[in-house]
Design a protein around this ligand. Structure first.
Ligand code: ATP
Ligand code: MG
Length: 595
């Protein structure tokens, strides 16, 4: 039952106006308030010369503070604001202005509005504590007197902790705060594609405003089990080292983890470039990075025509921690908009370590007790509720998907730190990048032993599956043998051959940045290498001949190449033809060399 109905206590209302109301007006106001509050109301008039012909009613008792501590506004200022809002709304809905203004003016009647105001207690470091606001919800947007917006992040008995999305310089102790009744969200729409925006959805690329088609809350529940279907379509990265051994499926969450400067961003970037013409929308969320790095990345995407299907959400290192905290959620909400439309989305969170640090800073300022490594207790939930929103939706819901590639930075390869272990356990696998490999020139520096993809295998095409065969096993054997034979000089022929085979595979997995392979190229390289066809070529020469080999086969067997890309299958006959052509190419090369 409504609490208002239970407690019928007489309450006091004050009418402020220049002239006293007539008995009839007073009775009308009393009737309105009594029906509004389900209680007996005692109306008292007070003089207020500033109100012109209008009036303002204030209602408030200590008993009813929770809901009645507000202002009913019929003053001139209040009427003006209402009329302005009404006209704005009409223009936004219909477009043609003059007849609309006439129509709106003719039909408009002022109605009472209810605003709830609070005051700022303290402000600093992007956080404000507010008192006096009633009935606000966690995650609700508050507007401060200076126009800055904030989000409710902490509800205490007598105050509210609020994170600020703008400059806190103009907010002073005692200034007014208004609640909006709206939870934090981001405007969404098709026009966002190709743009660089901040965490609140405002464009920051100087290309004008963006027309939004809707408003999505930044936090929303992840799809349930019934709403999902298994991951069964590949999300090709175009990187041989990943697609052959750790395939990623649409709707999967695959972590990219490694020390600083080991090529983490490069993998995500190549994956975005590889989505050209595949009808995938890519969202790159930059958290706590240098603005110059993000600008460079946008430039690279533009140069490769990848911005045509991409969106960059940027909360750089100089942005306030609250913006860095909400950036991945905002990107995710934008991704959900496209996913719900049945599209396939790829979202990169670069990186979640910096996100956790921003959240730690906020939580400590909000005086939440610190836990392990000073992170708040809910840092696991912070990331799990973000990553769980990636999904492959059921056909009934349109069959869209959102694949997440979160990135985490480790310190000196320590995967057992707090944030890495958390995110490893949330995701469906990880690509582990190693500095030693990176500096030895093995790029992408994927550590084959520590990387894994738990669901993508089901999404790999038949052609890739049959071509990749036992490459992981072969590389594992090679690594073991390499350690054993490191110090011995006298090796038998079989061991030497096996070592060379391993080295050939390692060389084959080297790949330049911005050169993703197409599916048939990966199939050709894997088939050739795993059938020992490269055995007469010194391993260090492999990277040099890869391009030529591919061009030669693409020229002689164009139909087979198209067939693999189109259907993802590889018949035994086609396989033999590819192998034969590869052998032929290598023999020709040998002959040319010996001349
Ligand atoms: P940070 O920790 O600073 O974010 P990161 O791990 O994201 O670094 P990147 O910025 O992707 O690393 O790469 C570091 C450097 O290595 C860059 O200059 C990049 O051009 C280079 N690099 C990455 N991958 C390759 C590659 N496959 N071939 C050649 N150079 C590469
Ligand atoms: Mg990076």
């Amino acid at each position: 039952m409504n609490e208002r109905e239970i407690r019928k206590v007489e309450i006091q209302a004050f009418i402020y106006s220049a002239n006293p109301p007539t008995e009839e007006q007073k009775q009308q106001i009393q009737d309105f308030l009594e029906s509004e509050f389900c209680s007996t109301v005692n109306v008292v008039w007070k003089k207020d010369a500033e109100n012109g012909n209008g009036f303002r009613i204030e209602v408030g008792t200590s008993v009813y503070k929770w809901s009645l501590n507000g202002i009913y506004d019929w003053s001139i200022e209040g009427k003006r604001r209402q009329l302005k809002e009404k006209i704005h709304q009409a223009i936004a809905e219909k477009g043609n202005v003059m007849p609309l203004i006439k129509e709106t003016l003719a039909n408009w009647k002022p109605s009472p509005t209810f605003d709830s105001f609070g005051t700022v207690l303290t402000v600093g470091d992007g956080i404000a504590t507010v008192t006096g606001l009633k009935s606000v919800a966690y995650g609700e947007i508050l507007i401060f007197g200076s126009g800055v917006r904030g989000m409710v992040q902490e509800l205490k008995q007598d105050s509210i902790g609020c994170i600020l999305f703008g400059d806190d310089q103009d907010i002073t102790e005692g200034s007014a705060v208004k609640s909006t009744g709206k939870v934090a969200g981001i405007p969404v729409g098709e026009e966002y594609i190709g743009r660089v925006i901040d965490a609140l959805g405002t464009p920051i690329d100087g290309k004008g405003s963006i027309h939004a088609e809707g408003y999505y809350p930044i936090e929303s529940p992840a799809p349930g089990i019934i709403d999902r279907q298994p991951v069964n379509k590949p999300m090709e990265t175009g990187l041989l080292a990943i697609d052959s051994m750790f395939p990623i499926g649409r709707g999967q969450r695959e972590l990219i983890i490694g020390d600083r400067q080991t090529g983490k961003t490069a993998i995500a970037l190549d994956t975005i470039l590889n989505q050209q013409g595949k009808d995938v929308i890519c969202i790159y969320v930059a958290i706590g990075q240098k603005a110059s790095s993000v600008a460079q990345l946008a430039q690279t995407l533009r140069r490769h025509h990848a911005m045509e299907y991409s969106i960059i959400v940027n909360a750089s290192a100089s942005d306030p921690a609250p913006l860095q905290y909400i950036a991945p959620y905002a990107g995710c909400a934008l991704g959900e908009y496209f996913m719900h439309k049945g599209k396939d989305v790829l979202i990169v969170y670069d990186d979640l370590s910096k996100h956790a640090i921003a959240y730690r800073a906020l939580s400590l300022l909000l005086e939440r007790s610190p836990g392990r490594e000073a992170y708040p207790g809910d840092v696991f939930y912070l990331h799990s509720r973000l990553l769980e929103r990636s999904a492959h939706l059921s056909d009934a819901l349109g069959g869209g998907s959102m694949t997440a590639l979160p990135i985490v930075e480790t310190q000196a390869g320590d995967v057992s730190a707090y944030i890495p272990t958390n995110i490893i356990s949330i995701t469906d696998g990880q690509i582990f990048l190693e500095s030693d490999l990176f500096f030895a020139g093995q790029r992408p520096a994927v550590n084959v032993g520590l990387s894994v993809s738990r669901v993508g295998g089901a999404a790999q095409t038949k052609a890739m599956k049959s071509a990749a065969g036992a490459i992981r096993l072969n590389l594992a054997q090679y690594r073991e043998m390499e350690v054993f034979t490191q110090f011995s000089s006298d090796l038998d022929n079989t061991t030497k051959r096996q070592l060379q085979f391993g080295q050939t595979l390692m060389q084959l997995l080297k790949q330049d940045q911005y050169h993703p392979y197409r599916q048939h190229e990966q199939v050709i390289l894997l088939l050739t290498a795993l059938s020992h066809t490269f055995q007469d070529v010194p391993p260090e020469e492999i990277p040099g001949i890869v391009r030529e080999l591919l061009t030669s086969i693409q020229d002689t067997l164009p139909d087979i190449c198209t067939e693999i890309d189109r259907s993802g299958t590889l018949s035994e006959e086609n396989k033999q033809q590819i192998l034969q052509n590869a052998k032929q190419y290598l023999e020709n090369r040998k002959m040319q060399k010996s001349k």
